[in-house]
Design a protein around this ligand. Structure first.
Ligand code: CA2
Length: 164
């Protein structure tokens, strides 16, 4: 049986007691990380990634919201809600990356600094993974670096937010 993964997990207060908030949103099947396909996605679970992000966010003075869903509409709703509640987004939209005009529209509505993250390198994989619908609305893209990519995305967002 797949491990149970809470959809709304962390809300880590920044150490300053309310720095900028970054939402890390994860799409379908990422709750399965660590259980199958380690040759592609590694052995870290999503809970491991969340824990590493929580440590990094605290260092960077960011408040962190970390979520996963298997439902496209829920991801769309979260992106809509992020407008006004978050100062930046890290988005691993999973397979919806390659299919979802709805996510692109939501990101264009939210107009937040957004770093698209992929654990694997989609350009080294099947041709259908070579297209990303979310890249046009993203400020940057980190792929192929495994869980470390999430931490790099937080660092990039912290710099972007502090400059603006
Ligand atoms: O490399 C990434 O992070 C992806 O966003 C992961 C998606 C994939 O569809 C994208 O092309 C690239 C898939 C996540 C599924 O993760 C699993 C983990 C373990 C077992 C099965 C699926």
């Amino acid at each position: 049986m797949a491990p149970c993964y809470n959809r709304i997990m962390t809300k880590t207060r920044a150490k300053s007691g309310g720095g900028p908030t970054v939402w890390v949103l994860n799409g379908p099947n990422l709750n399965l990380l660590g259980s199958r396909e380690p040759e592609i996605y590694g052995r870290a679970t999503l809970a491991d990634i969340e824990a590493a992000c929580a440590v990094r966010a605290k260092d960077l003075g960011l408040a962190l919201v970390f979520r996963q869903t298997n439902h496209e509409g829920e991801l769309v709703t979260w992106i809509q809600e992020a407008k006004g509640q978050a100062q930046g987004l890290v988005l691993n939209a999973g397979a919806f990356t390659h299919t979802s005009v709805a996510l692109l529209d939501a990101l264009n509505f939210a107009r937040l600094p957004t770093i698209e993250v992929h654990l694997s390198q989609p350009l080294n994989r099947e041709p259908f993974r070579h297209v990303s619908y979310v890249t046009p609305a993203s400020s940057g893209l980190i792929s192929g670096l495994g869980p470390h990519g999430y931490e790099l995305a937080l660092l990039a967002l912290a710099r972007m937010i502090n400059k603006s």
